[in-house]
Ligand binder design. Structure first.
Ligand code: GLA
Length: 524
């Protein structure tokens, strides 16, 4: 005779298993949903290591899937931090004493429980793993409003994205006043009598907005630049850097994207010192604030920023121009951006990441005509899996920039795969190396903290291809276990190497491990 709990467990599992990985017919096309549905028992996602500065406000919502209510607990949490057991939000002040605080996070519901290591490293480094979140640019361009940003934050929770580790909700350009504009929503003095920057009428309450985002356990990002004006010609920070750093901190922001734009009018023919100076200035001002503010350097890769971005205080740096404006040829634009970024693996690591720009899928605007309404992506399903696989292998910041209120099941299945995200967020913090690049094939390999290696076999051609990776190409030997990362399935044991049939413009993403370290999907 089954107990009631056992019966519930079995029936929940059956319902869940039936819903897994079934191709779903949608209109004419068959949706190839590779990500298994999250199991009903809890599963904790996100980074296993987290950097924070001493004595600063701390906020972290434990990313966790599974049927709610979930009861959270944490062992070894520093006494200055507290955990809300229902929401899983950790808040408080980081310890004054730098050091590594080894914590074990636990999540339990009526069906089971799970734990995950989470090391809080109190010191001078933020961004020990790549940042994850959403940025409004490709959804709202020059017209974001406070309510758009609030809706996006709500959607990050409701869609489940936050349960996979997406955390930052970032306002891009066009929140400030626009000098010279006669638009009643944008006009007016850009600063008050004290020199403090003012938001425009579309953002009536910046402090209230960040407070709301924080109340959800999420973080808030803002945007400015070292020139007098932003790219969209709104007020920026030139000559007011100190006041702006203080204001961003006072408003409660956790990230600043600092975009070169009109700084070219300040320095006419910049060399390395001129490229570095404005970012060095802003990073040292941000460091003086009494909260952790991540600095995202945005200057499109000038002066080989990857070589010095970390040294001057950036936690990520854009390596190329705007991805959304890249006109693809035989391959969509994200491939060429990815190829350029992939060559820079030597420069990425804990605390500083190569940033190849946002994940542009779902319902997304056209950067070459920002007045057109946002439209469903033209990328094929295989291309979308390739995009997300490439970004995760490259340990890129994962910022979705399509419309959060129009998230569909397919887009979520691309954005929210726990094992793909584990590759991006891996504690070792290595960016994949290029193993092979030919006109037909692109192979990336990323060593992981547990001794396994993630490999992406990308088919760049228009025909199906068999793509191989000999173990010698990924510095491994012997018989190794191969796991299909998207589908959370073990493929089997392979001696000497692995080959996969990959459809056109698609990817096989595998994790190669000695058997003892094979990651076990929570469901199997
Ligand atoms: C530049 C940046 C984009 C975006 C726009 C805003 O083009 O590269 O990411 O921030 O400015 O105007």
């Amino acid at each position: 005779m089954l107990t009631r709990r056992e019966a519930t467990l079995i029936s929940t599992f059956v319902v869940w298993a039936l819903g897994m990985q079934c191709p779903v017919a949608f209109g004419q096309s068959l949706l190839d949903m590779r990500t298994p549905k999250a199991p009903p028992i809890p599963h904790i996602n996100g980074p296993k290591v987290y950097g924070a500065r001493p004595g600063h406000p701390f906020l972290y919502r434990i990313p966790c899937t599974g049927t709610r209510p979930i009861h959270f607990s944490a062992m070894g949490l520093p006494s200055s931090l507290k955990l809300d057991e229902t929401s899983g939000i950790i808040s408080g002040t980081t310890p004054d004493v730098p050091g590594e605080y080894a914590t074990t996070l636990e999540a339990a519901n009526s069906l089971g429980n799970v734990s995950r290591q989470f090391k809080i490293v109190v010191g001078d480094q933020l961004g020990l793993t790549p940042q994850m979140g959403w940025n409004d640019w490709y959804s709202y361009y020059e017209h974001p409003t406070e309510s758009d940003i609030r809706e996006a934050a709500d959607a990050m929770i409701k869609s489940g994205m936050a349960d996979y580790g997406y955390q930052f909700v970032d306002i891009d350009d066009a929140w400030a006043r626009k000098p010279g504009s006669s638009d009643p929503q944008l006009e007016g003095p850009a600063r008050n009598a004290d020199g403090d920057i003012l938001s425009n009428a579309r953002f009536p309450n910046m402090g209230g907005l960040t407070e709301y985002i924080h109340s959800l356990g999420l973080k808030a990002g803002i945007y400015s630049g070292p020139g007098p004006l932003t790219c969209a010609k709104f007020e920026a920070s030139y000559g007011h850097e100190d006041a702006d750093a203080r204001q961003f901190s006072k408003w409660g922001f956790d990230l600043l994207k600092y975009d070169w734009c009109s700084y070219g009018t300040v320095v006419k023919s910049p060399g390395l010192p001129e490229f570095q100076e404005p970012y060095r200035k802003m990073s040292s001002l941000l460091e003086k604030q009494n909260r952790d503010i991540v600095l995202n350097i945005c200057q499109y890769g000038m002066g080989e920023v990857w070589k010095w971005g970390r040294k001057i205080g950036g936690m990520s740096w854009r390596t190329t121009g705007d991805l959304g404006a890249v006109k693809g040829g035989s391959l969509p634009g994200f491939y060429s951006v990815g190829f350029a970024n992939a060559a820079l693996d030597a420069y990425a690591g804990p605390g500083g990441w190569n940033d190849p720009d946002y994940i542009l899928i779902g319902t997304v605007g056209d950067a070459n005509d920002i007045n057109l309404p946002a439209k469903p992506t033209h990328l094929t399903q295989g291309e979308q899996y390739s995009y997300m696989s490439m970004w995760s292998l490259m340990a890129a910041p994962l910022f979705f920039s399509g419309e959060m209120t129009k998230l569909d099941d397919f887009t979520l299945n691309v954005l929210c795969n726990s094992e793909v995200i584990d590759i991006d967020q891996d504690s070792l913090g290595r960016q994949a190396k290029v193993v092979r690049k030919t006109p037909q094939e692109f192979v990336l390999a990323k060593p992981l903290d547990d001794g396994s290696v993630a490999v992406g076999l990308f088919n760049l051609s228009t025909e199906p291809l068999t793509i191989s990776v000999p173990w010698s190409d990924v510095e491994r030997s012997g018989t190794l276990m191969v796991r299909d990362v998207w589908r959370h399935e073990s493929i089997g044991a392979f001696a000497n190497g692995f080959s996969s049939q990959v459809p056109a413009h698609d990817v096989a993403l595998v994790r190669i491990s000695p058997q003892r370290t094979l990651p076990v999907s929570p469901a199997r």
